[in-house]
Design a protein around this ligand. Structure first.
Ligand code: DGL
Length: 272
């Protein structure tokens, strides 16, 4: 039986994280689970995001994953800590669940020159202040300014991310972020969907500001984690496969996933 790495997201966005991870670590087996039927998570309460994320984690454990990455920033911000502190010790002490916020917070220390960081993310992630707390803990003295971009996930989900209509919303959010702190020199894209808007973001981001999409940094962080935890690395099967599951229609998922991955995929339905 295979022991895949589980990647969870509220919907399609985590495919940008999966893509980054599989490019760097193609040898492992993966299961991707998207809770599309209940997405988006970005505006849901703490308790609801926790409950939904825990259901997905349990399902991925049932499917044999010893290690799960919460590819969703909102789930990482609102559910990860509780799962690690309260669920795992009593229910799955030999399994691990990791998120995307700390690995992203770690890299800004090497990138920012003036230590003014901007974070663009969903309302839930910004309100949780997770990026601010983690960056300030890892890099004392850094200034962190967040802005929720309520339209951006919808632009991506509706296939509008490369259309002229997206320009207004992308420019508007970037202008608002830079107005809050004109000294920002590094901007984290703290939502899985935003890398799809990267071409537009680069049109409107001021010169000299570095933009950080997460995929490649999460992949590097996972590689480092597995190097530091050989007991986990040895448990993972290495067949190079990836299976996709969605709580919504597999046909719809497969069609929309081609926006995020440049390949056709087979998808199965799952109930949480
Ligand atoms: N995957 C979510 C995130 O990274 C964005 C989509 C949602 O709101 O569910 O925050």
């Amino acid at each position: 039986m295979s022991s895949p790495i589980g990647i969870f997201d509220s919907g399609y966005g985590g495919l940008t994280i999966l893509d980054g991870i599989r490019s760097r670590l193609p040898q492992y087996d993966y299961i991707y689970l998207g809770d599309n039927a209940r997405a988006p998570y970005g505006t849901r309460s703490f308790d609801v995001v926790y409950e939904f994320t825990l259901q997905a984690v349990k399902k991925l454990f049932e499917m044999g994953c010893p290690l799960i990455i919460l590819g969703c920033n909102t789930a990482s911000a609102k559910a990860l800590r509780s799962i690690q502190q309260y669920y795992l010790p009593d229910n799955a002490p030999d399994r691990r669940v990791l998120g995307v916020i700390i690995p992203t917070a770690e890299v800004v220390g090497d990138i920012s020159r003036n230590h003014h960081i901007g974070v663009l993310a969903t309302e839930g992630t910004i309100k949780s202040e997770s990026y601010k707390l983690e960056i300030e803990k890892l890099h004392p003295g850094f200034s962190v300014t967040g802005l929720a971009c309520p339209m951006w996930v919808s632009l991506v989900e509706n296939g509008e991310f490369d259309k002229p209509g997206a320009d207004y919303f992308v420019k508007d959010s970037i202008d608002k972020l830079m107005a809050k702190d004109p000294l920002i020199d590094t901007v984290i894209l703290g939502c899985t969907h935003y890398p799809l808007l990267l071409d537009k973001i680069m049109l409107y981001i001021p010169a000299g500001v570095t933009v950080i999409p997460q995929g490649k940094y999460i992949a590097a962080s996972l590689e480092n984690y597995l190097f530091r935890h050989p007991e986990m690395q040895q448990r993972l099967s290495q067949g190079g496969t990836c299976h996709y599951y969605t709580t919504e229609s597999p046909t719809k998922f497969s069609e929309s996933a081609s926006i995020f991955l440049s390949q056709q995929i087979e998808v199965e339905h799952v109930t949480l």
